[in-house]
Design a protein around this ligand. Structure first.
Ligand SMILES: COc1cc(O)cc(C/C=C(\C)CC/C=C(\C)CC/C=C(\C)CC/C=C(\C)CC/C=C(\C)CC/C=C(\C)CC/C=C(\C)CC/C=C(\C)CC/C=C(\C)CCC=C(C)C)c1O
Ligand SMILES: C[S@@+](CC[C@H](N)C(=O)[O-])C[C@H]1O[C@@H](n2cnc3c(N)ncnc32)[C@H](O)[C@@H]1O
Length: 342
């Protein structure tokens, strides 16, 4: 399925199973790609005659490369640059804005993504559109705690180890993750800069790497990772289908794709409140806290343009993933989609 086809936002309503997260809700819920905004290949393509002697009518050619940036219609070549500007602009206030806007709920959603992933010892994770590192840090905490529990069990089983051996086991930094590693990949230098600063301040070093790269053209070989995550990122990508194909390519056979993204609310009352909150409150908060109304208007508009749960599930299947499922959180405000490369 080709993403980028304009949809006016009026997606068909889909009936879904009652969300498991009501309790949570009521509690609160190939090579490097030095992509420069506006300097991408589609730009070249759009300048090139599309048929013999460029015979295809211009209007048809134009329509074929249009997409959306929020509610605005833009050319595919423009979109990447606009998205880049949004995240360059919000990077410094990104974390504080998320806590303010969601009253901290985004933290719970991200924790639930990790619970769903349930990484095994030695997991190689690729976190695309990883921004300021929220998923990567959670992953490192998770695998470290997992590894410590395992070590304690082993130590208890080997009562006859010397103190030196025990101390050595605890001191070995590299080993503290049990061989697990995470690679954060994002297209935006500013977001990565903020992420690296945060990592430094919090003492994350081992098992963590940062790479500048495009989800549509990942700078990694085939069959490299056990898990691919993308949280609140895929909505911003120009060609979602290409990003999904890339996710499939870089995963090892047996690897898992996990996507946390805004989705379609399945409760009419929540939906109304959510709309009021999104359009009346979020841009105001964006202006007051980050001095940036437009970026937060883009956020709420882009959420409405993203395909609903079932449609996105089909797109993931079209990219070659199997056993694709999704789980709604907070009445479908967000959903976690999962699929396997088998
Ligand atoms: C530029 O692009 C971006 C920038 C970013 O900073 C972030 C992202 C990507 C996003 C994330 C990483 C996730 C974190 C960010 C968000 C969750 C912000 C986006 C949020 C929404 C679009 C709405 C969802 C909001 C929540 C889940 C927070 C809870 C609030 C509601 C569900 C709506 C409640 C609405 C009302 C009660 C009516 C209107 C409210 C007012 C006029 C008063 C102000 C309201 C509040 C402060 C909310 C408190 C109320 C409740 C918790 C009660 C809710 C009860 C019910 C709905 C029954 C990015 O791409
Ligand atoms: C809303 S942030 C999400 C950050 C982080 N995953 C989180 O959950 O907080 C969206 C991120 O997607 C990145 N992004 C947008 N388009 C991208 C692309 N084509 N390839 C890689 N990253 C992209 C942005 O730079 C931004 O850092």
């Amino acid at each position: 399925m080709q993403h980028g086809v304009l949809s006016a936002g009026g997606h068909p309503t889909i009936k879904m199973a009652a969300p498991r997260s009501w309790a949570l809700w009521s509690l609160c819920g190939r090579g490097w790609s030095p992509v420069l905004p506006g300097c991408r290949l589609p730009w070249l393509r759009s300048c090139w005659p599309s048929g013999p002697l460029g015979a295809r009518p211009l209007s048809q050619e134009k329509r074929a490369t249009e997409t959306h940036f929020g509610f605005e219609t833009v050319s595919e070549e423009e979109k990447g640059g606009k998205v880049y500007q949004v995240f360059e602009s919000v990077a410094r206030k990104y974390d504080v804005m998320n806590d303010m806007m969601s009253l901290g709920i985004h933290r719970v959603w991200k924790d639930l993504l990790l619970l769903k992933m349930h990484p095994f010892p030695g997991t190689q994770l690729l976190d695309v559109a990883g921004g300021t590192g929220d998923i990567a840090f959670r992953f490192l905490n998770y695998v470290q705690a997992q590894h410590q529990r395992k070590q304690k069990r082993q130590l208890r089983a080997q009562q006859n180890l010397s103190w030196e051996e025990i101390a050595k086991k605890y001191q070995n930094q590299e080993d503290s993750l049990g061989g697990s590693r995470v690679m954060v990949c994002d297209i935006n230098k500013e977001m990565l800069k903020m992420g690296k600063q945060k990592a430094c301040a919090r003492g994350y070093k081992a098992g963590l790497a940062w790479v500048l790269g495009d989800a549509e053209e990942l700078p990694f070989d085939d069959d490299k990772f056990d898990v691919y995550t993308i949280a609140f990122g895929i909505r911003n990508v120009t060609h979602i289908d290409r990003a999904l194909q890339e996710a499939h390519r870089v995963l090892k056979p047996g690897g898992r794709f996990l996507c946390l993204e805004f989705s379609q609310v399945n409760n009419p009352l929540v939906s109304r409140l959510y709309d009021v909150y999104s359009f009346q409150v979020i841009p105001v908060l964006g202006e007051v806290i980050a001095g940036d109304w437009k970026s937060y208007q883009y956020l709420v508009e882009s959420i409405r343009q993203f395909p609903p749960q079932e449609e996105f599930k089909e797109m993931i299947e079209d990219a070659g993933f199997q056993k694709v499922t999704y789980e709604n959180l907070t009445s479908g405000i967000v959903a976690i989609h999962s699929g396997f490369k088998l």
